[in-house]
Ligand binder design. Structure first.
Ligand SMILES: Cc1ncc(COP(=O)(O)O)c(C=O)c1O
Length: 461
């Protein structure tokens, strides 16, 4: 495949060697596609097919993918919807459903924001299906980061970023102190961007709101300031800014503060004219409470200036899709067919409103717990702890005074002496020493006792 349009975009400029090299060769797909349309006898498909009656007792005279009759008792879905390989980029129906879902999640007002909806619809790629958000993060980090190159990330981040970026890819994390005075530390982010500008010809940043481990979600003003900063620096630096938006916890934003940004920051970034390219990473795992379903999505924001007309826009999307599918093909090949079908059925049979209604019951549980745990933590009057700003997700983060308390030792003490389990996060080089509490797994009525034990542990420690 030629990448004539893609090669002239800042997206391509920012690609790693893998990103530049990878593509989906025509090979099998070219010949299978042609055979489907042109052949009378097809011998191209690399999975077993047969007449059902020839391998299943009482089977029909129907040409189907061969399957074990025993699997039937675990699902009443049609075997054709679960047994064959799914397409490399994901089932087209699911990709379409998820694109509509992304547009819905922007919550643009259909009247006054019509222009924004049109722009969003037109200038995003069809979501690529990956094996969960983790796999999507690995995919995009591989596409943009060479060994030794840097990506900017707050010091408080999901630990698996380090596994993916540093240990697996061999790239580096340019970390900045996440908060200053209980707000996002934009000065720290500015310095990190300026530092990266000295050493590489692209700026890659990963953001995650609601955040793991802190539960932080920016206020509308903070989000605006963050976007202004990115715009100003991009204009100054004139290099592509790739912003990876990890939206794993997207819907879990709790509105006990009115001024909180209650949609993903992806949507504002996508509307920018500058070479600020957002990439959305989301999935059914947390969003639809379907962790083991392992279905995630990668969606890239495009710029009108990259293309001249709608035909070239469609060609550009094909070129990008080829790269993304090339990566899937060479790593996971394709994603789980069964769970893609279940996701499609969920949207088709229940509909978005029902999905949201059912999920809201869980969201309400989490919101109450979040409020409660904040209230209970506020009752601990100790200068040795502080709680990071939070209003979403599954977690809350309690910083511990590193002069007096070592997080991992305290977590051990909590566990052995007070029978309370938390995750310590300790990284002196990045100024982190604290415990992450997953209130997502503590019932509301246990929260006072949970925090009481922490209080006791702190005073006895
Ligand atoms: C911030 C963040 N991103 C991504 C993921 C991974 O999501 P998935 O289960 O879809 O791979 C997690 C899971 O804990 C997470 O906390």
């Amino acid at each position: 495949m030629d990448f004539k349009l893609l090669e002239n975009t800042p997206l391509y400029k920012a690609f790693s060697e893998v990103g530049k090299r990878i593509f989906l060769p025509e090979g099998i797909f070219y010949w299978s596609g042609r055979a489907k349309n042109e052949a009378e006898l097809i011998g191209t498909i690399g999975s077993a097919f047969g007449y059902e009656k020839d391998f299943i007792e009482d089977g029909e005279d129907k040409w189907v993918p061969c399957y074990l009759k025993e699997i039937k008792k675990y699902s009443n879905l049609n075997v054709e919807q679960i047994v064959p390989y799914a397409s490399i980029g994901g089932l087209p129906e699911l990709r379409k459903i998820w694109k509509d879902w992304i547009i819905e999640k922007a919550r643009f007002n259909s009247g006054e924001d019509k222009k924004n909806i049109d722009y969003l619809t037109k200038y995003i790629t069809d979501p690529l299906v990956t094996a969960g958000v983790t796999n999507g993060i690995y995919l995009v980090c591989s596409l943009f980061l060479n060994k030794g190159e840097k990506i900017i990330c707050p010091n408080k981040r999901w630990g698996n970023y380090d596994n993916i970026i540093v240990k697996n890819i061999g790239a580096q994390i340019e970390s900045f102190e996440f908060f200053r005075n209980k707000k996002i530390n934009l000065d720290g982010l500015r310095k990190a961007i300026q530092e990266l500008d000295r050493v590489q010809d692209k700026i890659v940043i990963i953001l995650n709101f609601p955040n793991n481990p802190t539960g932080y979600v920016p206020t509308k003003q903070e989000a605006l300031d963050l976007i202004n900063l990115l715009q100003q620096l991009q204009l100054e630096i004139k290099k592509p800014f790739i912003i990876l938006v990890d939206d794993a916890y997207e819907p879990y934003i709790y509105n006990f503060r009115e001024d909180i940004l209650d949609v993903s920051i992806f949507y504002q970034l996508q509307q920018l004219e500058e070479e600020i390219i957002p990439i959305k990473l989301d999935g059914i795992t947390k969003e639809l409470l379907f962790y083991g379903g392992r279905i995630g999505f990668v969606t890239i924001g495009l710029k009108p200036i990259w293309v001249q007309d709608k035909y070239s826009l469609s060609t550009l999307k094909d070129e990008i899709n080829n790269k993304l599918e090339g990566f899937n093909r060479s790593s996971i090949s394709n994603s789980n067919h069964f769970y893609q079908t279940v996701a499609i059925k969920l949207f088709q049979d229940s509909g978005k409103e029902k999905i949201i209604e059912s999920r809201n019951k869980v969201k309400l549980l989490l919101e109450k717990r979040c409020k409660k745990i904040n209230q209970e933590l506020m009752k601990i009057k100790s200068t040795d702890i502080s709680v990071d700003p939070n209003s979403g997700g599954f977690f809350i983060f309690v910083n511990l005074n590193p002069e007096k308390i070592k997080a991992s030792e305290f977590a051990d003490y909590l566990l052995t002496q007070h029978k309370v389990g938390v995750i310590p996060i300790e990284n002196p080089r990045e100024n982190i020493n604290g415990i992450r509490i997953a209130y997502s797994s503590i019932n509301l009525d246990q929260i006072p006792e949970f925090i009481e034990r922490i209080k006791k542990a702190l005073s006895n420690y």
